[in-house]
Ligand binder design. Sequence first.
Ligand SMILES: [Zn+2]
Length: 156
Amino acid sequence: MASGKEHTLGTLMLTPLAGLLAWHLSDGDQAVTALATGGCLSGVFLSPDLDMPTRTVSETTLLRWSWGVGYIWIFLWYPYAMFFKHRGISHCPLIGTCTRLVYLAGLAFLFQEVLQQTMEVDGQLMFWLKDHYLTIAIFSAGLAVSDIGHWIMDNF
Ligand SMILES: [Zn+2]
């Protein structure tokens, strides 16, 4: 099993490879390349290890560099850690990626609902979710590359 630092290093090493793969598959489309690269890089923080109830290396890094905003991140992902067993389905390639993306979409939905109820904000704040399926799919593919690297480093 790899440590948190090794997983972060693995994701950082995979990120340019994911970008190169996206560049090749999209015939040099810069937007596709940027999305896939960003998706893979996001694996540093959207890691399968969010299923751990204890603080991960990436969460500690986030706390150090976010002037405390990282506590919100840790708080928001605590229910995920409670629901998913460490190295269970959350570490399963593609399925684990989907669990975190669906959870993230759920958080965004709740955030929208709270804003609409408390501040009477009109409109759909999640309009981008409806109109940008391809954008989300490419970002998700990049994240899936990071997750597969994580899975391999954890010896399947
Ligand atoms: Zn792990």
